[in-house]
Design a protein. Structure first.
Lengths: 296, 441
């Protein structure tokens, strides 16, 4: 009994630094946010307890509903194309084509650029007055290229999504390249000897063996989508008329521009609930070891 | 769920609650620190100018130190709120009149005694009237304290590229019909006749306030305070004219997606637009303290630019109205380690040697009358400066701000909705009225 206790104490002591950091940087902000979400509070002066009123107001707020709709667009429309294009690029570069190291770096560069810089550059690229797309459109007769993609409420969110795909596809490519390096080449060799062509080898052997990479990208994609801020803020500021608003941009506006920290905390709590529910659902469906590739 | 799991969850919850140091508590505010050091945080003046002001003060007051940090405006809002909540409020802070000053009022000391001690009992007469009026905007009834004092003021207005105007034989428009005709005259080139960078809510509101005050001067502020309605036909008319900027082809294609800074301003300075709505601060492009060879040709001595007021609206006021107010105000923490030193810095920067450094860069128009740049780089620049300080600023009656941030946002949203066709002017006016009702109780 005493030996077991000593063993447990030693284990707990090893865990203590991590637990302390977890408590201070994860548990504390969450609890603080939950408490703040029950207040009418400007973040500076004393707040007033209003119970669940902020939650009632939130679910009647049309802008909040737009943010949920935009998240529903954003998650599949960024994750799937990024993964698909990233996989194709990784497959091409994994075959040792000429200057593959150069292309690998080239495709990854957007992922390490500041989203602010990317936003400013793409705003100029898509400026329908004298942007790059508009100029190309005029020169080629493809007039639709000069459309007001960022200024039209019907297209603004999709324009931002396209920029996000451009920015993060290199990141997916790098993940897939790492995954491809881990595949045992003898398996692919055996498939070829059995008569499988390139497409069959890729579709039936490589793709399934990259399962843990697909799932990691899916989880990172969902969480990344939910906390998207900089790109939207710089490209559209959530506009026009909130058409491209996301949960974090709306929370920022409420907290720091409209002085409603209590309401912004309510948005943040909902954001946490969605993120945790998504992550737990994935663990439930695919098993706790899905990222490492271990079985359930 | 077994007992061990229950205990673990309860433990985490208890830990969290224990750690949660009460959201919603008021800040007690404590600047603390060294008595010979003053901390200053703001989004304006720009960093290089602030450094010149700091150097001027420290040279004149040996042994004192000013620790200044300048942010972008959104970052500054986050920083200020965080510092107010963590008792690390700076000694001197940059503020905007109205909502921002009122949010931090409990952290700020009244400044009228400081002002009177340096400038005498009639200190208010040094300032432009609009600056004094706006400095107390939003104070509770009966509270006549000044929690901030203006350092820079401005008008919001239009600017013309005179080279493009001259080349097209066009003249500055003074009425709406002339504006439409001028845009037609300037069309067809490789520049925008009227560049409207309407992505920014502040710019949409500034343009709208010029239009609505030209339709019915002062009405919009009565609507804001609840004395009149946002659905008043004159406000709806103003919203219609705002919409016409987009539907009548006055603004460039995609205007609602273009930001003022950096995109709109860069394009205007590069000669890609004949007109743009900005404000008096545009004169800073011709900063006399800069290496003039680094300044774009149009901006050198304001060679290619000229300010003018938003044209009159049919059926509205006979003359264009002056809209503007405080650009930046300064406040002092009520817990400043050395309030006297903070007062000395603040008054120096507003009207002393520090203020002179600020004015020398033409960052904007000084809040006090009588301060002039040490040098002008052209007669045209001097003439424009004199127009602002002698002719326009003394006449500014109407604020470029709304007092409540929720109303400000509601107007910005409504203008975006009208611009994109998502709402009619009547629907937009009703949407603002709904928010106004909520704010005014």
């Amino acid at each position: 009994m005493r030996t077991k206790l000593r063993q447990n104490t030693t284990g707990l002591l090893f865990l203590l630094p991590a637990l302390t950091l977890f408590a201070v940087f994860v548990v504390y902000p969450i609890v603080y946010n939950i408490q703040a979400s029950t207040l009418e509070w400007d973040g500076v002066n004393p707040g007033t307890f209003i119970g669940l009123d902020n939650y009632v107001r939130l679910f009647q707020d049309p802008t909040f509903l737009i943010t949920l709709r935009n998240s529903a667009y954003w998650i599949p429309l960024t994750i799937v194309p990024q993964a698909l294009i990233g996989l194709l690029l990784a497959l091409a570069l994994n075959r040792g084509i000429f200057a593959s190291t150069f292309y690998r770096a080239l495709f990854f560069i957007p992922a390490i650029l500041s989203p602010v810089v990317v936003g400013i550059v793409w705003q100029r690229v898509m400026d329908p007055f004298n942007g790059v797309f508009a100029s190309v459109g005029k020169a080629t007769g493809l007039d639709w290229l000069g459309g007001s993609f960022l200024a039209d409420p019907d297209t603004a969110i999709f324009a931002v999504i396209v920029v996000n795909i451009w920015m993060w596809t290199g990141f997916s490519m790098l993940f897939y390249l790492a995954g491809l390096q881990l595949i045992d080449t003898s398996v692919l060799e055996a498939a070829r000897i059995d008569g499988a062509n390139s497409f069959q080898t890729t579709w039936r052997i490589t793709f399934p063996l990259l399962k843990s990479t697909h799932l990691s990208l899916l989880l990172l994609g969902i969480i990344g989508s939910l906390k998207t801020f900089e790109l939207v803020y710089v490209l559209t500021q959530g506009g026009p008329a909130h058409a491209s608003e996301m949960l974090p941009t709306y929370a920022f506006q409420q907290a720091f521009q409209l002085q409603s920290v209590g309401y912004a905390s309510t948005i943040s709590v909902v954001l946490i609930v969605i993120a945790v529910a998504s992550s737990l659902s994935m663990v439930r469906v695919f098993g706790a070891g899905f990222i490492s590739g271990d079985e359930k | 769920m077994n007992r061990r799991k229950t205990a673990a969850i309860a433990g985490v919850a208890a830990l969290g609650l224990g750690l949660a140091a009460c959201a919603g508590g008021g800040s007690t505010g404590s600047s603390g620190g060294d008595e010979n050091t003053v901390t200053f945080r703001s989004w304006s003046p720009i960093e290089q100018t602030t450094q010149q002001m700091v150097d001027a003060f420290e040279t004149a007051n040996p042994g004192t130190t000013i620790e200044a940090t300048i942010f972008n405006y959104p970052e500054y809002l986050v920083d200020l709120q965080t510092r107010a909540s963590s008792n690390t409020f700076p000694d001197i802070v940059g503020l905007q009149p109205g909502a921002l000053t009122q949010q931090y009022r409990s952290n700020l000391m009244p400044l009228q005694d400081c002002a009177a001690s340096v400038w005498g009992e009639d200190w208010q007469s040094k300032f432009y009237p609009i600056g004094i009026e706006q400095a107390r905007a939003g104070n509770p009834e009966g509270d006549e304290n000044f929690y901030s004092l203006p350092i820079l003021v401005q008008t919001v207005n239009l600017w013309a590229n005179t080279e493009l105007f001259d080349a097209a034989g066009a003249t500055i428009p003074t009425t709406w019909d002339e504006l439409k005709a001028t845009v037609g005259q300037l069309s067809g080139g490789d520049y925008a006749p009227f560049m409207l960078p309407a992505k920014d809510g502040w710019l949409r509101n500034a343009v709208f306030l010029q239009i609505v005050n030209n339709v019915n001067p002062g009405l919009v502020y009565q609507a804001e305070s609840g004395e009149d309605s946002w659905t008043n036909p004159d406000i709806v008319t103003a919203l219609e004219y705002w919409g016409k900027l987009f539907t009548d082809g006055i603004a460039q294609e995609g205007a609602i997606g273009l930001d003022a800074y950096p995109s709109g301003a860069n394009q205007f300075e590069a000669g890609n637009a004949a007109m743009i709505p900005l404000g008096a601060w545009w004169i800073q492009q011709s900063d006399p303290t800069k290496d003039q060879s680094e300044i774009p040709p149009l901006s050198q001595g304001m060679a290619g630019f000229e300010p003018f007021l938003f044209p009159t609206i049919p059926g509205g006021a006979d003359e264009s109205q002056f809209v503007g107010g405080i650009d930046v105000a300064l406040g002092i923490s009520k817990d400043a380690a050395n309030p006297d030193l903070a007062c000395k810095v603040l008054t120096d920067w507003i009207a002393g040697e520090g203020g002179q450094k600020l004015v020398d860069t033409m960052n904007d128009v000084p809040a006090v009358a009588g301060l002039e740049p040490s040098t002008f780089t052209s007669d045209k620049q001097e003439a424009i400066w004199n127009t602002f300080v002698n002719d326009w600023l003394p006449q500014v009656k109407y604020s470029r701000y709304f007092d409540d941030p929720k109303v400000d946002q509601a107007v910005a949203d409504a203008l975006a909705a009208v611009a994109t066709g998502a709402q009619t002017p009547e629907e937009a006016a009703a949407a603002i009225q709904a928010v106004s009702d909520e704010v005014n109780g």
